[in-house]
Ligand binder design. Sequence first.
Ligand SMILES: CC(=O)SCCNC(=O)CCNC(=O)[C@H](O)C(C)(C)COP(=O)(O)OP(=O)(O)OC[C@H]1O[C@@H](n2cnc3c(N)ncnc32)[C@H](O)[C@@H]1OP(=O)(O)O
Ligand SMILES: CC(C)C(=O)C(=O)O
Length: 798
Amino acid sequence: MPMLADPSIKYKPYTPLDLPNRQWPSKVNRSPPIWLSTDLRDGNQALANPMTVAQKSIFFDTLLKCGFKEIEVAYPAASDTDFNFVRGLIEQGRIPDDVWIQVLTPAREDLIKRTVDAVAGAKKAIIHMYNACCPTFRQVVFHNSKEDTVKLAVKHTEIVRKLTEECAAKYGTQFRYQYSPETFSQTEPEFALEVCEAVKKAWGKAGLGDERIIFNLPATVEIGPPNHYADLVEHFCRHISEREKIIISLHPHNDRGTSVAAAELAILAGADRVEGCLFGNGERTGNVDLVNLALNLYTQGVHPGVDFSDIQAVIDVVTACNDLPVHPRHPYAGELVFTAFSGSHQDAIKKGFEAQRARHQQDEREGRNKYWDIPYLPIDPADLGCNYEAVIRVNAQSGKGGIAYLVQQHLGLDMPRKMQISFYQVVQDIADREAREMTVEDITTAFRKTYHFGGSAYEGRLVLKSYRISSEPAPGGLTDESVDERRQFDGTISVDGVLRVIRGDGNGPLSALLDALRTHLDIDLSVREYSEHTIGTDQNAKAASYVELVPQGADVKETRQSAESWWGVGVDSDIAGSGLRAVLSAVNSAIGDRQLPELKLSVGFNATTGQADVATAILNSLQLELPRRLQASFFEVVQRAARDHGGEISYDDLVRLFRESYGYYEEEGRFAVKSFKLEHLTDSGRSRLSGNFIINGKAVALEGEGSGPLSAAVEAVNRGLDGKVSIREYAEHSIGEGSDVKAASYVEIAYEGPGGSPKFTTWGVAIDQDITASGLKAVLAATRAVENADRAEKAGHQ
Ligand SMILES: CC(=O)SCCNC(=O)CCNC(=O)[C@H](O)C(C)(C)COP(=O)(O)OP(=O)(O)OC[C@H]1O[C@@H](n2cnc3c(N)ncnc32)[C@H](O)[C@@H]1OP(=O)(O)O
Ligand SMILES: CC(C)C(=O)C(=O)O
C-alpha cells in the first residue's frame, strides 16, 4: 500500500495547548533531576525474553554502581520471576540504605496486595500505581467514564494506603506513593489534574521531603513535539495544588524520536524527576535514554549525579541483559560516535587537539580552567573511559589530517604538511584498491614500509650501521665561526647486505652523507625540505627528523617545484643521527630496485675512492671499522704494496697485509696478554699495571704506571726503551652482539728516538672479549716496530 497522498484523512494532529505566558522556553537548567531507572520494569517488559533473576541482579548492581538512588525493580504481580527477584534483593540485603526500590502495580486489589507483599521488609519502597486516563483508553480499554476513571484511581489509592500502612507497621518499611495517570500526554490536561487532585486527596498524607507524593506524567506514546509535552507539564505544575508536596516526574517514550528533547524541555517546564532506561530500551522505540540525558547535562558543565566514567562496562552489562545491541551511532555510547572517517572532520579534530594542547598549557600556567573545545567532539571520550583510538578511522573518504593524526598517536611522529600529503596518497591508494577501512595497523604498517621505519623487518637496501661526523675548517677559511666549518661523514652502511665504508664532505651532516652516497654509490640527491621535533621529554627524549630529497640536478627553482621527490623519516637519540636516518629512509625510496655500483677493490695509484674501498674490504673480512686516520695510513701501505705488484693486489693479500702491518691476529700468538693486574693508586689517582705479555712472539713481563691502563702500558714499554712512545689516537668499537660481543681497539702511537731522530707513528689493532685486554694488546701490537727502531737508534749512538 502506498503512503497516503493526504495523510490528514487518516491521522489527527495533536491538539496544541493554549498556555499563555509559558515560561519554560526562556529557562536554563543547571541542576540534575532525580533519576529513576525503569530498566528492570518498563525496559524488561519490552524484551522478547524478559531478564532472568541472574540478569536482573547484574543489571541492578550496575545501576547501583552508576549511582542511581531510585530503581523500579519489577512489576511483581506479573510473574514469579519478578516477585522472587524483589524478595531476593530484600532478603539478601542487597539494597543500600539510601536507595529506593520502586514496584509497579495496576489498579487492581489482588495485584496491589501481591505488589506490597513483594516489598515487605525493604527499607525504602515506592509503590507505583497506574491507570490510563485518556479518552481512547477510557472508551476502548476500560469502558469507563471520566468519573469511573477517577473512582478507579481513588479506590485503589486508598487500597495502596491501607496495605502499605499495615506493611509498614509490621515490617518497618518506609513507603512513598507514586501515581501515574497513564497516557498523560493524550489526556485532557484539566482531567489529568482532576484525577491527580483526587488521588492526592485519597492518599491523604502528602507532605514535604520524603513525604511528597510522586505524580509521574507519562508520554506513554509520544504523540506530539517536545514543546507540547513541555506545555502540558508546565500547565500541570502551575495548576496542581500544594506543589511543594509533590514530585513531578516525567516518563517519556520515544515514538517520535524526541523523548530526550521532550524530557529536557519538560524539566525546564518544572519537572523534578525523570524515569527512563539506559540507552533508551523500553516499549516500542523505547523509554527516554537516561545516559543520553545525563551526559547532555555533563557537557553543559553540570554533574548529572550519575556516573558513566566506564561506559563500556555499562554497555556490556546492558547489552548482555537486554540481548539488544547499542546502535553504533547511539549518542555517547555507540561504537562510532567518537569516530571521524571524513577528511575535513579528521583535519579539524587533529588541529583541535594541537591547539587545545597549547591552550591548556597556557591555561595551566595562568590558573584557568582547561575547557574542552575540540571540533566535532562535544565530549572528551576519556571522561567516559574511552581512549582516542577510535576518534579517527580511515577509509577512502579520509584525508591527510586524519592519517597524520593516527601516525602521530601511534608512532609519535608529527609529519610535516607536505609529507602528510605524500603519505596520504600511499594510504589512499591502498584504501581505494582494497575498498575497505584502513585500520591503525594498516596505516602504521604502510608507514613503516614506505619509509623503512621501525626495525629490521622494514629495513631498506641501505642501512646506517655506524657513523662519525667531524668538522674541519672550510678551505679558504671564512672568518665567521658559524660558517667556516665543513662536516665530514665517515660511516659504515650496509648496501644490500654488504657493509660499505663511505665518506663525504658537506656543509652539514646531511649534505656530507649525500656527498658520500654520490661518491661511493652514484646516488645523486639533494635536500629540498628538512624539519625535526623531539619525541618525549627529559633523558628519554628522542629526535625525529623528516627529509624531502630531490634529484641533484633539480636545483633550478621551477624544476625543483615539480621534480619527483622522496620523503624520509628518522628517529634517534641524537639529532644528527635522526637526520642521517631520515636521509637514508628517503634514499631507499628513491633508489627503488635500481642497480648500485658494486664494491671494487681497485687500489691503483689513481683510485679516487680507493681508501674507502680498502676500508670496506677490511670491514667485510675482519669486521673492523677502521678509524679514518688508520684508513688513510693503511691505504698508503696498500698503495706501496700494489705498486710492488704491478698496481694490483688481491683481496686475500690485502687482508694479510693488514694483519702484518698492525699486528692483528685474532688467535693467541704474536701479541697476547697472558695475565695482568690493574691497581688503582688512591693517593695519586693513577693506575698501576703489571702483567705477563707476549710481544711479537716473546714472553715479556711489564710493569708501569699511568692515568689509565693504556698510559700505564705505554710507561711500562718505555721503561725498556731509550726513546719514548706516546699514544696519539685511540678508538674502539664492539663486534657482534649479546654474549658473543668482543671489543676491537685501535691505538696509534708516536715514537721519538733518544737522539731526536725523526718521530714516526704506527698503529696497532687487537680484539678481545675484555675491553681492557683488547686496548693493551693494541698498544703492544703498535710497539712491535718500535723495538727495532730503538735498538738501531741506540747502536747509532754508540
Ligand atoms: C504503559 C505500561 O507499561 S503499563 C505496564 C504494563 N506492563 C505489563 O502489563 C506487564 C505485566 N502485566 C501482566 O503480567 C499482566 O498483564 C497482569 C498480571 C498485570 C494482568 O494480567 P491479566 O489479568 O491476564 O490481564 P491482561 O494482561 O489481559 O490485562 C488487561 C486487563 O487489565 C486491565 N487493565 C489494564 N490496565 C489496568 C490498570 N492500570 N489498572 C487496572 N486494570 C487495568 C484491562 O482493562 C484489562 O481488563 P479486562 O480483562 O477486564 O478487559
Ligand atoms: C506505567 C506507566 C508510567 C508507563 O509505563 C507508561 O505510561 O509508559
